[in-house]
Design a protein around this ligand. Structure first.
Ligand code: ATP
Ligand code: MG
Length: 313
C-alpha cells in the first residue's frame, strides 16, 4: 500500500516516510492475512530475520526511532479523532507481552493510549456474555487501546480446560459440540463490526519456544528481582503446551482476516519481538487516512482575531 504521508498537511519529521517503509518490511513477513492455510510450525520462535545478535545495538536504535515515528502518527490519530486502534496481545506465559507493550508504547502520549488486562473472569464478568468486559474497555476514537489478553482466552484457556465452560453461567443447552466454531464465527463478526465502525484491530501472538520459556522461568526463580513474576500455575499450564499450540493454530486459522490480521511474532529474542510489534503498529497507523484536522474559515478568522488582540496588548 502506498504511503499516505505525502498527503499529510503538517510536515512530519523528514525520516517518517523512511521509517514507515522499513516498518512495513519488518512487519509484513509475520502478518497472517486470511488465515485458512496458516501453520504454526512455519514460524520459528527464534527467527530474527537474519539479523545477528551483533546488530542488536542498531536494532535498539531502530526501535527508538520507530517509537518516535509511532508517537508522530498517534498524535495525528488523536487530533483527527475519527479512528481507534485496538491492539490485542496473546501469548504463553513469559513470552514478553508486558515488555513489548511497555517498550513499544513508551513514546506515545499517555492520554492517547489505554491498556486493559484480562485475567480470570470475576463473578461480575461471568454474569455477562464473554465479550462484555472487553467491549467496555474499547478505545475511544483517536486512541490506541491495548488488550493484554482478551476475549481470545475464550477459545484458548477455555478450550484447553473445557471444564471452565461448566463454570461459566452459559445455559447448558447452549454448550454444544460446535461451540468453538460458533465462537470463531462470533469473534469474526464482532471484529467486522468494529472495523465497520472505525476501530482498526491488530492481533499479536508472541510465539515463544518451550525451551526459551523454561529458561525464562528459571531466571524468574533464580533472580530475586524477578521472583515476583513467577507463578507455580504457569508451570502447570506449560504441561498443556501441545494443546495450547493446537488451540492457537486453529484460532489463527479461523480468526485471521485481511481486515483484522494476526501477527505471529517470533518471541525467543525480546529485542526482535519489540521491533516487529512496533513495525506492525506503525504499518497499521499508516494504513489509515490520518491527517491533522483542517480548520474552516470561521476558525481562521478567530485565530487571526486572537493574534491581533495578542499583538495589541
Ligand atoms: P503475567 O503473568 O505476565 O503477569 P498474565 O497475563 O499471565 O501476566 P496472570 O494474572 O498471570 O496474568 O494470568 C491471567 C490468567 O487469566 C491467565 O492464566 C489466563 O489464561 C487467565 N484468563 C484470562 N481470561 C480468561 C478467561 N476468559 N477464562 C479463564 N481464564 C482466563
Ligand atoms: Mg501469568
Amino acid at each position: 500500500m502506498a504511503s499516505k504521508s505525502k498527503h499529510r498537511q503538517n510536515p512530519a519529521p523528514p525520516d517518517l516516510d523512511t521509517f514507515i517503509k522499513k516498518a512495513r518490511k519488518y512487519a509484513r513477513p509475520y502478518r497472517v492475512g486470511e488465515g485458512k492455510k496458516f501453520r504454526l510450525k512455519d514460524v520459528d520462535p527464534g527467527d530474527t530475520a537474519g539479523i545477528g545478535s551483533e546488530a542488536k545495538p542498531q536494532s535498539e536504535e531502530a526501535l527508538q526511532n520507530g517509537v518516535r515515528a509511532l508517537a508522530t502518527l498517534q498524535d495525528m490519530l488523536y487530533a483527527q479523532d475519527r479512528w481507534a486502534l485496538l491492539l490485542i496481545f496473546q501469548a504463553m506465559d513469559a513470552a514478553g507481552k508486558d515488555g513489548a507493550i511497555k517498550h513499544v508504547m513508551s513514546g506515545v502520549n499517555p492520554q492517547g493510549c489505554q491498556v486493559a488486562s484480562f485475567k480470570v473472569p470475576t463473578s461480575e464478568d461471568l454474569d455477562h456474555d464473554y465479550l462484555w468486559r472487553c467491549n467496555r474497555q474499547l478505545p475511544e476514537r483517536g486512541r490506541i487501546g491495548i488488550f493484554n489478553r482478551s476475549y481470545y482466552e475464550e477459545v484458548l484457556v477455555v478450550r484447553v480446560h473445557e471444564g471452565l465452560l461448566g463454570k461459566s453461567k452459559i445455559p447448558p443447552g447452549l454448550i454444544k459440540k460446535d461451540i468453538w466454531d460458533t465462537r470463531y464465527r462470533d469473534i469474526r463478526s464482532y471484529e467486522r463490526y468494529l472495523a465497520n465502525n472505525g476501530v482498526l484491530v491488530r492481533k499479536f501472538f508472541l510465539h515463544i519456544s518451550q525451551k526459551e520459556q523454561k529458561r525464562r522461568f528459571f531466571e524468574r526463580i533464580e533472580n530475586p528481582e524477578k521472583n515476583w513474576k513467577f507463578s507455580a500455575s504457569d508451570v502447570e499450564e506449560r504441561g498443556f503446551w501441545k494443546d495450547y499450540m493446537e488451540a492457537y493454530e486453529e484460532m489463527i486459522r479461523e480468526t485471521s482476516t485481511e481486515e483484522s490480521p494476526w501477527y505471529v511474532v517470533p518471541a525467543d529474542n525480546k529485542w526482535f519481538t519489540r521491533v516487529v510489534v512496533a513495525a506492525a503498529v506503525i504499518d497499521a497507523l499508516d494504513s489509515l487516512d490520518l491527517r491533522y484536522p483542517k480548520v474552516g474559515p470561521e476558525k481562521l478568522r478567530e485565530l487571526a482575531g486572537a493574534k491581533k488582540a495578542l499583538l495589541a496588548e
